[in-house]
Write a protein that binds this ligand. Structure first.
Ligand SMILES: Cc1ncc(COP(=O)(O)O)c(C=O)c1O
Length: 320
């Protein structure tokens, strides 16, 4: 993986090599950070790079930081503009991944969330697929349980809780599976290691509600809209038992990183026919058209990087 050329760091864009923190940094030691993950999609016909739903991602990012009692001097719009500036400076003409991080920059000893100073960094780098076989994943039900809201709130993207995700992912992959499906303490499906989960049963799309210890995923909401309004499939948010997964007609993961990946086997049991199902296939195609800015109805979700200056000229301002 090649490193970014620039970073948004301490309020301005600097060469990546200058965005450095010390080993005593609070978040590095205690996991007291919140992060985000956005994608930019290159549209070759329009010669434009579209960042997908940046304001929604930054709203969640700021909420994750709020759970950590961070006071940040930026709003959604500031972070969106900083990101578009940064991506433009990188001059990507390919798909990319954007990683904002809110962290306590204090170099100090002491576990707490108060009397600390929060900072934000953002980087962007070229990025392709997160999983190699997006059309044919073999998942396993993990023996690790998802962190509970009263342990570390899973609805926020909190750095420390990704140890839970990493344990599940590594054990799944070392056992020969592609990805883990993680249950919560009630034994219900929460999500994958870094993606939300849907199954189709009786022609209805079912996904766990946000009270089941899941990340409040932007792609999950996107799929909900596309399923209901474009594919004509009813979406139900309700707890999902483990054994329902084995009986599903179709199942898929969704998230910014994984995009939309069909789950065709779980614990060696075929899901439906054992091949990507028709609803998943239609939704997947539509999703990629939407994120690449090819569906006019959803173009408002796609923030143009290179045309942003012309389009929003009077409002565009750089952060200090
Ligand atoms: C644990 C977890 N669940 C779900 C998702 C999907 O969220 P989003 O669609 O906002 O990227 C992610 C992140 O990508 C995640 O880390």
């Amino acid at each position: 993986m090649s490193l970014p050329k620039f970073a948004f760091f301490k309020g301005k864009i600097v060469p990546y090599s200058e965005a450095r923190i010390g080993v005593l940094t609070h978040t590095l030691n205690y996991g007291t950070g919140a992060f985000g993950g956005l994608r930019g999609y290159w549209n070759s016909e329009a010669e434009e790079l579209y960042v997908f739903r940046p304001r929604d991602h930054f709203r969640r990012f700021l909420n994750s930081a709020k759970l950590l009692c961070m006071n940040l001097p930026y709003g959604e719009e500031d972070l969106t503009l900083a990101t578009l500036d940064l991506v433009r400076r990188e001059n990507h003409r390919t798909d990319c991944y954007i990683r904002p991080l809110a962290y306590f920059g204090d170099e100090t000893i002491g576990v707490r969330l108060h009397n600390l100073h929060a900072e934000v960094s953002i980087v962007s780098l070229p990025f392709g697929s997160y999983v190699p076989n997006e059309e044919d994943l073999h998942a396993t039900i993990s023996s690790w349980r998802r962190v509970d809201d009263n342990v570390i709130p899973a609805r926020g993207k909190i750095a420390g809780s990704y140890v839970n995700s990493a344990l599940a992912k590594t054990d799944a992959q070392r056992s020969g599976y592609d990805e883990a499906i993680v249950l919560n303490e009630n034994g219900h499906v929460s999500e994958g290691s870094a993606e939300n989960f849907y199954l189709i049963r009786g022609g209805v799309a079912i996904t766990p509600p946000i009270t089941e210890n899941i990340l409040e995923g932007i792609t999950r909401w996107t799929m909900m809209v596309l399923l209901r309004d474009e594919i004509g499939v009813e979406v139900v948010e309700r707890p999902i038992d483990r054994s329902e997964v084995y009986l599903a007609e179709e199942a898929f993961f969704c998230g910014t990183g994984v995009q939309m990946a069909a789950i065709t086997r779980v614990d060696h049991r075929p899901i439906g026919t054992g091949k990507m199902g028709p609803i998943t296939a239609r939704l997947r195609k539509l999703y990629f058209d939407v994120v690449r800015g090819r569906v006019p109805k959803y173009l408002h979700w796609c923030a143009p990087v290179y045309r942003a200056l012309e389009a929003a000229a009077p409002q565009v301002r750089s952060l200090p």
